[in-house]
Design a binder for this molecule. Structure first.
Ligand SMILES: NC(=O)c1ccc[n+]([C@@H]2O[C@H](COP(=O)([O-])OP(=O)(O)OC[C@H]3O[C@@H](n4cnc5c(N)ncnc54)[C@H](OP(=O)(O)O)[C@@H]3O)[C@@H](O)[C@H]2O)c1
Length: 279
């Protein structure tokens, strides 16, 4: 029987590439996004059903899931991909900005899980793939708010996987490293907010981290291709993989380093690698 995937955040980046990949492999795709009226590419594809879904809006999730099931009869895989980043010092984020990030990256993802789990229980099978981040496995200074949201999803997913295993529902994560999608443009950046001391520290950190990122890019010798992430999501959705997965040479290198060291040693080494050193 033809399988069906529901993906959030299909307007660009990993979400769109994943929708195209699954569609190309002969799956039915429920490609969800906040502004489906703007979509011109996915609407041209056979068996790709483009529908509105804002993860902050419970009713839109309910309607998208119901209309997807009406269209294709079932949902075998859900890819929780919608999300955005935040790069600044913790103190530079307002409480509203932090709540809003958790609303999308954490509570929005939980809302989608809550909406599809009854269908998966009815089918007696299903797979949920949650897109997290390297920042959800390693605490990254200057991305503390974003790291917290993605750590939350890594923890939630690990626990949910345990809870759902007896129900024949798999839960996995894919943690990408840095990839050139629209992610940088949609990342919340507050580095000009706060008192002069804070702004000056934020500017030093921002330019240092940009240099580190550039050095890592040069070291790997190639631009990361976002298609890699779509392929990893496909692998997790269709094959026997661990719960936690990473994608991208930078994420693989960091996880290799993390797994080879004592936790504190790793944090110290990471901090030396990415933060400006005194003197
Ligand atoms: N690219 C990276 O370097 C990177 C690294 C690690 C993790 N990630 C994660 O990968 C995922 C996808 O990001 P991307 O790199 O593909 O970036 P992207 O091109 O900016 O795509 C993000 C998608 O999420 C959608 N979105 C944002 N808020 C939403 C909401 N409330 N409801 C529904 N959809 C919403 C966006 O829709 P709109 O067009 O409506 O804004 C867009 O379709 C995110 O969870 C991100 O945290 C990215």
């Amino acid at each position: 029987m033809k399988k069906t995937v529901l993906i959030t955040g299909c307007s660009s980046g990993f979400g769109k590439l994943t929708a195209i990949l699954f569609g190309g492999k002969g799956w039915n795709v429920i490609a969800t996004m906040r502004s489906p009226e703007k979509e011109t590419e996915l609407t041209q594809l056979k068996d790709v059903f483009v529908v509105g879904l804002d993860v902050q809006d419970k009713e839109s999730i309910k309607q998208a899931v119901a209309s997807g099931i009406e269209q294709f009869g079932r949902i075998d895989v859900v890819v929780n991909n919608a999300g955005y980043g935040g790069l600044s010092l913790f103190e530079q984020f307002s409480e509203e900005q932090i709540y809003s990030m958790f609303e999308t990256n954490v509570f929005g993802l939980m809302r989608v899980c809550r909406a599809v789990l009854p269908q998966m229980r009815k089918q007696k099978e299903g797979t949920i793939v949650n897109v997290t981040s390297m920042a959800g496995i390693l605490g990254l200074g200057f991305a503390s708010t974003y790291s917290a949201s993605k750590f939350a999803v890594e923890g939630f997913s690990e626990a949910l996987a345990m809870e759902c295993k007896p129900l024949n529902i798999k839960v996995k994560t894919v943690a990408p490293g840095a990839f050139g999608t629209n992610f940088n443009a949609s990342t919340v950046n507050n580095i000009a907010s706060g008192d002069p001391e804070l702004v000056s520290y934020a500017q030093i950190l921002a330019s240092h981290l940009a240099q580190v990122a550039e050095q890592m890019r040069m070291h790997s010798g190639q631009e990361s291709d976002p298609q890699e992430v779509a392929e990893k999501i496909w692998e997790c959705a269709t094959q026997d993989t661990p719960i936690h997965n990473v994608s991208g040479s930078d994420a693989e290198m960091m996880i290799g380093m993390k797994n080879s060291l004592d936790h504190q040693e790793f944090i110290d080494k990471l901090s030396k690698m990415i933060m400006p050193q005194e003197g």
